[in-house]
Write a protein that binds this ligand. Sequence first.
Ligand SMILES: C[S@@+](CC[C@H](N)C(=O)[O-])C[C@H]1O[C@@H](n2cnc3c(N)ncnc32)[C@H](O)[C@@H]1O
Length: 208
Amino acid sequence: MADYKKPDYWQQKARKEGYPARSVYKLKEIDEKFDLLKNSRSSRILDIGAAPGSWSLYVLRKMDAHSEAMRGFLAAVDLSPLSREYDKGLFDSSNFFFIQGDITSAVIRETITAKGPYSTIISDAAPATTGNHTVDAARSLGLAEEVIVYAENVLSSRGNLVVKVFQGGDSGALLKHMKTLFRTAKSFKPETCRSESVETYFIGLEKR
Ligand SMILES: C[S@@+](CC[C@H](N)C(=O)[O-])C[C@H]1O[C@@H](n2cnc3c(N)ncnc32)[C@H](O)[C@@H]1O
């Protein structure tokens, strides 16, 4: 029987299924629960904190199953480059755009804005952890707040948002703010997050 609790179970499964990181199963679970990534001619998705590229590959593979006219568009951004080990050329697709840089910088903000507006924003962005929970939670919250600013500025009305947050600090205030921006906003922790992990995802559905 598969041992889902073994630390490397999801990592091995990801490699076998052609993804560079186990995080793909978190997005899959969120997508299946909230039906986030519907394909349509007008779907424009922004993936924030995309490297090494599992979430982007998941989205592109979903898009690729549709005819070209219905494929939609994905923009992705990260400080680090994407891994080219598993993409089989998908990262060269004309409906994909990757920009390497810091989402808090003005140049990156302009580039991302120029490719929008987006119908869905997904963010798995996380700071490099220090091991000090207070510091890590504060940095994660700072990043999540930046993502919310993107949602305020480049997410279309009725659009959806997924944003990773480390629990603790003032994450409750962030969720409260999301409730003013979206018809529904809630916290969701996928089963595939390691049980001891402090991370959770805030889901905003139907931007007002
Ligand atoms: C958990 S990883 C994302 C994994 C990715 N979703 C996947 O499935 O392959 C978090 C990413 O956030 C990125 N990140 C952190 N701070 C960032 C920032 N200020 N701007 C852009 N990316 C950032 C990191 O470089 C890292 O690659």
